[in-house]
Write a protein that binds this ligand. Structure first.
Ligand code: MG
Length: 377
């Protein structure tokens, strides 16, 4: 099912301390809301819209690069309406509305919601109440409250887009959450199993618990490889790993034919199971004719960051008899590292000949192989 995410991040909540609204506070090196967005993207969100307070716009733009930002309204409901309005021109089949202060939503939870939307116009995660409940008055227990049928609601809450858009358009006044809006419109809301780890950060102690959850998480390490070849043609230089190297030929290609950068870009796409350059930048698209390949590598690096990964290592091997790569390897390392946003010591560029055998040995073209390692952050 084609679905989009609306991340509600317009609150001014500072009960968690730290001076900043909680969704913009750092959690293990990344803002809380950035983790929430990355988690939904990793779960398959086609689009992500974040609703932010106008006062936080600069914070949000820095924390959520590439995410569509819309300004929130005076209330939570108004903020959600603004988020839905941003999607309305090209409406997705479904929308998941999520609290920017819940950074640990999992693909499994999202899968349960999407499955429930096959049979109901709305679905939301919740956990059954297991503790005894009391009503207290003045510090004394006034009465025990039956807990049968009581649930603790979580987000994301999932809806058929048209149904929740209509429900919000018709709603008057404030609502506790989007399920309340859906119920007011008469929508059937399925309950799916929530997740104890899907905590909402509200109090200072929640951040301590969230840091502990992060420490206990298995690090996700991914390795991808890439391979590319370009043929020699007329020219007086070849672009290799972002450096123009003088030569008695050029390389033929739709873009600048930077064979090393293409191999590395494909290695990162490979680690993300995101296909290859041709899928993201079709050669049939005239926009990429003569393009600097830095555009491709920067896109792959951005995609990795959006999914919650950082590139920790890259290794490129250029295979050619000529030109000599050694004198330029340092500049190539620096160029690739700058695009990836890592220190040059994490990027290797080396070269080999093929002992005059095969197409590279006959100097018909240059081949390149690359490996990249991505680590969840
Ligand atoms: Mg290529």
């Amino acid at each position: 099912m084609d679905w989009a995410a609306v991340i509600v991040a317009a609150g001014r909540g500072t009960r968690a301390g730290g001076g900043l609204p909680k969704q913009w506070r750092d959690l293990g090196g990344r803002p809380v809301a950035a983790r929430a967005v990355a988690a939904l993207r990793a779960a398959g969100a086609g689009r992500a819209v974040a609703v932010v307070n106008p006062a936080d716009r600069a914070l949000a733009a820095a924390a959520l690069p590439g995410v569509e930002l819309v300004e929130g309204g005076d209330s939570r409901s108004a903020s959600v309406r603004a988020g839905l309005a941003a999607l309305a021109a090209e409406p997705p089949a479904a929308v998941l509305i999520h609290d920017g202060a819940r950074p640990f939503v999992t693909p499994a939870l999202v899968a349960r919601l999407l499955a429930a939307l096959q049979a109901a116009p709305a679905a939301a995660p919740a956990l059954a109440v297991t503790d005894a409940l009391w009503r207290g008055v003045g510090g004394r227990v006034a009465a025990a409250v039956p807990r049968d049928g009581l649930w603790r609601a979580q987000t994301p809450q999932a809806f058929h887009f048209a149904a929740i858009a209509a429900a919000h358009a018709a709603h008057r006044g404030e609502a506790a959450d989007d399920v309340a809006v859906a119920l007011a419109a008469g929508l059937d809301v399925a309950i799916v199993e929530g997740d104890e780890g899907n905590i909402k950060l509200t109090w200072p102690g929640d951040f301590v618990r969230a840091e502990a959850i992060l420490r206990g998480r298995a690090m996700d390490v991914r390795v991808g490889n890439g391979f590319d070849v370009h043929a020699f043609g007329p020219g007086d230089r070849v672009w290799l790993c972002g450096v123009a190297v003088p030569h008695d030929a050029g390389l033929v290609g739709h873009s600048d034919a930077d064979v090393g950068m293409h191999a590395l870009t494909d290695a990162i796409y490979g680690a993300l199971a995101e296909g290859d350059i041709g899928r993201h930048f079709p050669p049939s698209d005239p926009r990429w004719k003569g393009a600097a390949s830095a555009v491709f590598l920067a896109h792959a690096a951005r995609l990795a960051a959006d999914r919650g990964y950082r590139v920790t290592q890259a290794d490129v091997t250029l295979i050619c008899e000529r030109p000599k790569v050694g004198p330029h390897a340092g500049a190539m390392q620096a160029a690739l590292a700058a695009i990836l946003g890592v220190e040059p010591g994490r990027v290797s560029v080396k070269a080999t000949t093929s002992e005059r055998m095969g197409f590279t040995g006959r100097e018909e073209g240059i081949a390149a192989i690359a490996t990249a390692t991505l680590v969840s952050s």
